[in-house]
Write a protein that binds this ligand. Structure first.
Ligand code: UTP
Length: 224
């Protein structure tokens, strides 16, 4: 299968968790050995938010805030790419063209952010569309998608399945803001509603869940 894996900055970079990054490198190696083609996208986590804060203090506009956050995500991507070694392309892909080319060379693609106005969730959906991925898996800081925000509502219930059309209804934010954090960002939801790439949301703190989800086991929330 062609698989796009999105690892939330809130998971590996909030604070930076090198043990977890190393475990994810092992997961990617297993997937590669199983014959899958893999794209990995890392977010910028608290470092990105810190730089957004600095940019705001300097009274820079939203575009500039986004740009420095993108650089942070690319730094994590570079660290991860180095950890993967030979199975990955020589450098972090910074465009959809580069991602497609790297995948065509039989290597693992590693990316951070792409352009202002989105988050790496949207990068994941755009790459998935470009490379005709069979599956997109996102490791986030919750067990899946809930009927309401579980951080605000203790009675929130995790949903096992959702359709692309139901997706927009479960999220509160529907507009981009620098540093936004929700299970899937609003732009990504819009892209998914159009490209309809099967997506599974799992807890990013359990890398084995990612393997289980890809193997078809019942974990997280499946959006199809
Ligand atoms: P990230 O996508 O790096 O967030 O976006 P994250 O750390 O993984 O967070 P979770 O775990 O999904 O919540 C951080 C910020 O970087 C900018 C945006 O400001 C975004 O809110 N960004 C990121 C872009 O502008 N463009 C991109 O392509 C990626």
């Amino acid at each position: 299968m062609r698989i796009v894996i999105r690892i939330g900055g809130s998971v590996v970079a909030n604070p930076i968790n090198t043990d977890l990054m190393a475990k994810y490198a092992d997961v990617i190696k297993v997937l590669k050995m199983q014959g899958h083609e893999v794209v990995v996208i890392l977010g910028g986590g608290s470092l990105a938010r810190e730089f957004i804060g600095l940019a705001k203090k300097l009274e820079l506009d939203m575009n500039a805030q986004d740009e420095v956050a993108i650089s942070c995500s690319r730094l994590f991507a570079q660290l991860f790419l180095k950890k993967l070694g030979d199975i990955a392309c020589g450098k972090v892909a910074v465009s959809l063209d580069e991602a497609e080319q790297c995948l065509g060379e039989g290597k693992v693609v590693v990316m951070g952010g792409l352009k202002p106005g989105i988050t790496t969730d949207t990068v994941a959906t755009l790459v998935a569309e470009r490379v005709h991925a069979d599956l997109l898996v996102k490791g986030t800081d919750q067990e899946g998608v809930y009927n309401k925000d579980p951080r605000k509502h203790p009675d929130a219930v995790k949903l096992d399945r959702l359709t692309f059309d139901e997706l927009a209804g479960v999220f509160e934010q529907n507009e981009h803001k620098a540093g936004i954090h929700q299970i899937l960002d609003p732009e990504a939801v819009k892209v998914l509603r159009i490209n309809r790439v099967k997506t599974i949301i799992v807890s990013g703190f359990k890398p084995q869940n990612m393997l289980a989800a890809i193997a078809g086991e019942n974990v997280g929330t499946v959006i199809s």
